[in-house]
Design a protein around this ligand. Sequence first.
Ligand code: CDP
Ligand code: MG
Length: 695
Amino acid sequence: MERDVLPIYEYRKELVQAVKDSNFLIVTGETGSGKTTQLPQYLHKAGFAKHGMIGVTQPRRVATISVALRVAEELNCSLGTTVGYQVRFDDCSSKDTAIKYMTDGCLLRHILADSNLCQYSTIILDEAHERSLSTDILFGLLKKLFQQKMCSGRKRPLKIVVMSATLDIQKLSEFFENCPVVKIPGRTFPVKEIFCNLIGPKNLEGSAYVAETVKVVMDIHLNKMAGDILVFLTGQAEIEKACNLLFTKGESIDYQYDLRDQSVEGLLILPLYGSMATDQQKEIFHPPPAGVRKCVLSTNIAATSLTIPGIRYVVDSGFVKQLNHNPRIGMDILEVVPIAKSEAVQRTGRAGRTSAGVCYRIYSKDFWDQCMPEHMVPEIKRTSLTSVILTLKCLEIHNVIHFPYLDPPEERHILEALKQLFQCDAIDRRGHVTQMGKFMVEYPLPPNMACAVIKAASVGCEDLLLPIAAMLSVENVFIRPGDSEKREEAERKHQALSMEAGGSNDFATLFNIFQQCRMSTSPARWCQQNFVHWRALKSAFSVERQLQEITRRLKQMKDFPREKCEGPRSEMLRRCLCAGYFSNVAKRSAGTTFRTMEGCGTMVKIHPSSALHGQEAELEWIMFHDVLVTSNIFVKTVCPIRYEWVKDLLPKLHEVDVYELSSVAREAVTEKEMAKWNIKEGLKRQNEGALEDAL
Ligand code: CDP
Ligand code: MG
């Protein structure tokens, strides 16, 4: 598509001027109007990059890389030069980079190292309507930066642009000191909405909608006039399943588990999800060969982050995968939930970009009325805040309750985060970051894992733990083919890999896969033979190297902890994991059921994918990494542990004084005030030692 026909083109002068004139600016416009790819280029051309980079944040990793690639192409430069990107564990930028696309999480980490963002002239917070946790925190931090004139370290004020498809613009403008708003009118064609009534309010269970969605796609393909199809599903596994079903329906050719580039009688089937390789994604934007209909099966990413040209039909499953905090388990869990009505409208709009289109909603009007909320709840109100609260504390923002949130999270969620940080020694009883907390924040890992890694480094067995931390940081490594014969073969191979690692520790299995693949003379072939995703392993190798670098640097610091730990290595590994994950410990209660130690305890079962599934009778205590909620609560990635390893840690789960932390959250109280407060409340614990006694 020519850049000068994009709706944003006519506004280029006005936009550049508006950025010059105001510290804050809001830009809104239909998805596909050119905000993400064009505005940074206009600013670059106007000379903004002379005084620092133009940083553009995205909530999603894939979109970050994809748009950077596109803009590099448009500017005719190779990625990593004038245009670069940075996502967690992957930095493709250099000193020449003028326009840098990055995830919002990455920018948060930059602020830790440089609170004035001196390297940047402009920050564009893109996809603001997604309201990701990091973007919301960045809103507050950037606002604070101006309020407190924290920019004094800068020669010129930082320019901040917030871009969004649809959002409560009024609210956001008020938040940023009534800043100006530039609206880019959309150019869209009418889209007919059809409720297919295949899913109603009653059948929410399971993923029946995948088969229904595929039916609708085949129906369009066989009966409707030319035009590409965009299908919204929730995640990788489901998308692969749908692709398989489409092939089978089309009496497909030989089964292949690499689904790329496959077509069924004039239907080109292309998956699009977060963990896909970049070159694979590029195909999505290419027009299909003549006479072929393109069908893209995507996660929510195609709703606003990426615009696929040529779409005439949208098939909406009505569901999305969302990270939600589950108070029963005290953890964030990925759940499949109905989308909000506003999101459904966004999805519908994708069909009307180049001509009139049709949106097939596989659900019924009743489902729309009864199951779909008006708007999506921002992430900050539904996920764990532990990581971001630690970041704020490290930025010396103690009053985390009265931080300028666009939508404040519930106080009890903030307290929960403080409690968890206290439990892993990241903050002290006054709510100040400890040395441990400062080490933890150096790792781009969740706090529990950072804690386990530091423990391992302190006893000198990081060579065991870093590969595991890396394997758990990348996407799923196991390939599970759709074809039943192949699937059995894959299961046998996976089982063998687990047996080689002792047969009763899923973490050790991951370690074994990492090592075997690394030692192999032909790692890609090794992966293929063992039904392991080579690309995931490649990322794991790179992640491990980066974690090693961080560890090496931290170990040189004089106050890095050093401990002695005796015992066999397999035991050391599990003990280190326990140091970070003692909140994920469970004891067998009856049969195959275990009870967790957090709160009042939750009943969980070991997921069938674990090596420990079927060995429950021989187990007493277990530690797990993640949780899956279906009709049961399952724990995944599990290992057996001994009570002695956690007995000193477990009391921490219950002995935190929430009242105390709440006062700490409001302000960093002085020692004296604290003592007074303690007496008033009749609490005798006035020093750190007393708390230890209480445990
Ligand atoms: O950010 P916004 O949704 O306003 O638009 P954009 O992402 O800048 O996209 C502008 C145009 O570039 C759209 O028509 C996209 O289809 C196209 N584009 C593309 O062809 N390939 C990409 N990798 C990214 C965008
Ligand atoms: Mg965009």
